[in-house]
Write a protein that binds this ligand. Structure first.
Ligand code: 9MG
Length: 280
């Protein structure tokens, strides 16, 4: 399976690692890392992107809005200022697919013009104008399942059958994408670990990951350092690497195509070992 991301093509016959670069002052794990002297430091962000590429990331994700519960909302202008210059700087210097984590049509348009290769929307292109703006870029899109909105999503989420409901939602968004002119081969699914799910929901989704998407649709997963690991293993955010690596390997064994992580080097090693055992 392949995914054409603008000028670059990803080989999804083995799992690819997406390195996270949050250009937010307030993300749960790496928020504020690229701020110096009160503003976004492009050079710091670029150096981190270079490091993740050297470690084996084939995608770098830039996000300008934190989706952790309770995060401050950002204006369109703020998001553009946090995301587009970083996309531009990385696109000029590095051979990597740049994914943009956004739900905002103007950010889709300007990021695509600056060299982005993938649009990752935790709101599954549900904002007004998002489907049309994404379609106009010609880029692939990742549609993620979320129950509710980031501010409230973790207050007692309920499902009758979480796996079936997540898949139904994603299939509906696939139909909406196709109707808007985004072809099926440009759509990626993500069950949205931790987005309106308790630990039982997350574990069921991981156990049955292949049941969340048709076989021809790539699956992206993000569990790195998330609070589910904190609760299940009783670990603060800085001690969640072993749990994150175990989840990355379990996801790869269940067919995940793109794994979104903070710790690129360690994840790449784990996935190389998994491929050697399971795929040779
Ligand atoms: C932006 N973001 C944070 N967590 C995520 C996840 O699990 N999946 C996707 N697609 N995006 C995420």
């Amino acid at each position: 399976m392949q995914l054409v991301c603008g000028k670059r093509t990803l080989d999804l016959s083995r799992p690819q690692v997406m390195g996270i670069l949050n250009t937010t002052p307030d993300s749960f794990s790496d928020g504020g890392s690229y701020y110096a002297g009160g503003g976004l430091d492009l050079d710091l962000a670029l150096r981190r992107a270079e490091q993740m590429c050297r470690e084996g990331a084939t995608l770098i994700e830039i996000g300008g809005e934190s989706t952790r519960p309770g995060a401050a909302p950002v204006s369109e202008q703020q998001e553009l200022e946090r995301v587009v210059p970083v996309v531009e700087a990385i696109a000029r210097r590095l051979d990597v697919v740049i994914s943009v984590d956004s739900s905002t049509p103007a950010v889709f348009r300007e990021s695509a013009a600056a060299g982005a290769g993938l649009l990752n929307d935790v709101r599954a292109l549900n904002r007004a104008g998002a489907l049309e703006a994404a379609a106009a870029t010609g880029l692939p899109v990742c549609v993620m399942h979320m129950l509710g909105e980031p501010g409230t999503m973790q207050s007692n989420p309920e499902y009758t059958d979480v796996v079936a409901e997540v898949k139904d939602f994603l299939m509906q968004r696939l139909e909406a994408c196709i109707a808007a002119g985004i072809p099926r081969e440009k759509v990626v699914f993500d069950p949205g670990f931790g987005f309106g799910k308790n630990d039982d929901h997350n574990l069921a989704l991981l156990r049955q990951l292949p049941d969340t998407a048709p076989a021809d649709i790539p699956l992206l997963v993000g569990m790195s350092r998330k609070s589910m690991i904190g609760r299940l293993l009783d670990r603060p955010v800085e001690s969640r690497l072993p749990g994150s690596l175990a989840l990355a390997m379990l996801a790869a064994q269940r067919g995940a195509h793109i794994i979104r992580v903070h710790d690129v080097a360690a994840t790449v090693d784990v996935l190389r070992m998994q491929q050697l055992v399971d795929c040779t």
